[in-house]
Ligand binder design. Structure first.
Ligand SMILES: NC(=O)c1ccc[n+]([C@@H]2O[C@H](COP(=O)([O-])OP(=O)(O)OC[C@H]3O[C@@H](n4cnc5c(N)ncnc54)[C@H](OP(=O)(O)O)[C@@H]3O)[C@@H](O)[C@H]2O)c1
Length: 273
């Protein structure tokens, strides 16, 4: 049995599908099972962060979102029989990082708690998700003009199912205990190029119009915790003109090349159309 936190999230849901397809029993954890719409094959359990007792009984491994990681939850996992914890961490955790960045604090703290827990562990450190482009979905559903900040901010966006594919291998194969895997997509794409790729997937010509970052508000980032906005804008600014890190880790671990942003846009055309 593999327990999956974040089972309603982009990566967690893809991982649940993969483990079920591989014939593995899955316990999918969510704080709100009634709204989770998880597949029938999964055993769905309510994650009560204040009382994780018995949540992991019978599980041998757990996939963790950093938001779910607490010392009591890890202790419950160990008591329930879990031996291996795979954390969806962040590429922000690296040498020379800004250790005051709230997303660095979140993921570095989760890594430290897991290292201290006595569980075996593997950390996945992805950089920017292709799914971050869903922030443009409300605008793209409404028309062909997309307001956004920093047209030239650049990343190597990673498909959520490529992260899930790596997590699947790390959970099911030997040899990943104590490993840190840095994960990215296969090629660089600016914000403006990502919007153009979504347009190509939809058969529409979308125009990216640059908004002034000094006046950009949460309306441009509908799925973002508003407390993160200021730091995110700074992160975008810092990436303008800077070639992003690109790793071959997805292919090394899964045997298949990481999917391009154009492919992600085709897979998600329904979210924008
Ligand atoms: N977006 C990026 O570019 C990026 C890059 C690197 C790392 N990450 C990390 O990857 C993870 C997923 O990011 P995402 O943006 O794609 O979000 P997402 O998958 O849509 O995240 C939502 C999921 O997080 C779970 N969750 C949220 N708060 C929780 C809490 N306090 N306790 C337990 N579960 C909680 C939710 O569970 P419920 O079903 O209980 O609501 C839901 O399954 C995050 O940890 C994020 O920091 C993201």
């Amino acid at each position: 049995m593999i327990a999956v936190t974040g089972a309603t999230g982009n990566v967690g849901r893809a991982l649940v599908d993969r483990l079920l397809a591989a014939g593995r029993p899955v316990r999918a954890l969510t704080r709100d099972p009634a709204r989770a719409a998880l597949p029938d094959g999964a055993e769905v359990a309510r994650l009560r962060p204040e009382d994780p007792t018995a949540l992991f009984d019978g599980a041998s491994a757990v996939f963790l979102y950093a938001q779910a990681v607490t010392a009591p939850l890890l202790a419950a996992a160990r008591a329930g029989g879990v031996r291996h914890a795979v954390l969806l961490s962040s590429g922000l955790v690296q040498e020379g990082a800004d250790e005051t960045h709230p997303l660095h604090v979140l993921h570095a703290t989760a890594e430290r708690l897991i290292r201290d827990s006595g569980l075996g562990w593997t950390f996945l450190r992805p950089n920017a998700f292709a799914a971050n482009a869903l922030r443009w979905a409300p605008q793209i559903r409404a028309g062909n003009t997309v307001w956004g900040v920093y047209a030239d901010a650049v990343s190597a966006p990673i498909h959520e199912d490529d992260i899930a594919a790596v997590a699947e291998r790390v959970l099911l194969d030997d040899g990943h205990r104590g490993a840190v895997h840095r994960l990215t997509g296969p090629q660089a794409a600016t914000n403006a190029e990502q919007v153009a790729a979504i347009g190509a997937a939809l058969g529409r010509e979308l125009t990216f119009v640059e908004a002034d970052p000094r006046t950009a508000g949460p309306e441009l980032f509908p799925y973002l915790d508003p407390r993160m906005l200021e730091r995110l804008l700074k992160t975008f600014e810092d990436t303008v003109g800077v070639p992003p890190e690109i790793t071959g880790t997805v292919e090394e671990i899964t045997g298949r090349p990481a999917r391009t942003f154009a492919r992600w846009a085709r897979d998600h055309a329904g979210d924008f159309g």
